[in-house]
Design a protein around this ligand. Structure first.
Ligand code: NAG
Ligand code: NAG
Length: 178
């Protein structure tokens, strides 16, 4: 009984952690201020940075740059590849650009400044779906199979969806780990 309680407690903890980790973040492009510029070398490129970063649905990318000299264009893949600035999905030129990554999949950005994209000032971010990742790791057993005493917080009434999800994920994680 005691060990089951401990397991349940740990799973709730893991559940909360899971949601702490998936908290939406502001991510500075390039990892630091004023990184939106022509890279000095291949290893300095923004895509090198992006490959080493993880982007999740709900995160916001932040670009800082001199609005007199540069801009951020969100474009389709083909325009990204050819550095075609003539038909962007969106144009940002306020010097402090924020783009919320509101769905999973690839996002393509190029500089709107003349010749900059051709010299490597471009960025692909691939946004993971946390939900798909989680289910991918562990095919979720039906919650009905779990017969612990504290899994059904519905009796308390207004349990918010996020909390319940956290608990469910926590219990699942607990079942996998213990
Ligand atoms: C980035 O640079 C701008 C000036 O261009 C400054 O106002 C801002 O505070 C800087 N942000 C950080 C996080 O250093
Ligand atoms: C850029 O794209 C537009 C349409 O989106 C096309 O009309 C134009 O020819 C393209 N320019 C180049 C240089 O490929």
């Amino acid at each position: 009984m005691a060990s089951r309680k401990a397991a349940l407690l740990s799973s709730i903890l893991i559940g909360s952690l899971f949601f702490t980790f998936t908290e939406a973040r502001d991510i500075m492009v390039g990892g630091k201020n004023h990184s939106w510029k022509i890279p000095s070398s291949e290893s300095d490129s923004l895509n090198k940075w992006a490959e080493a970063s993880r982007f999740r649905v709900g995160d916001t990318l932040v670009w800082t740059y001199d609005p007199q000299k540069d801009s951020v264009l969100q474009v389709i893949k083909k325009d990204y590849e050819t550095c075609n600035t003539s038909n962007p999905i969106a144009i940002y030129k306020d010097g402090n650009t924020k783009v919320k990554l509101d769905k999973s999949g690839p996002y393509y950005f190029i500089s709107g400044a003349d010749g900059h994209c051709e010299q490597g000032q471009k960025l692909i971010t691939v946004v993971m779906s946390t939900r798909r990742q989680f289910i991918g790791i562990s095919p979720a057993p039906s919650p009905v199979e779990f017969e612990g005493p504290a899994v059904a917080p519905t009796s308390t009434g207004g349990v918010n969806l996020r909390g319940s999800l956290g608990l469910v994920f926590g219990v699942l994680a607990g079942m996998i780990l213990f």
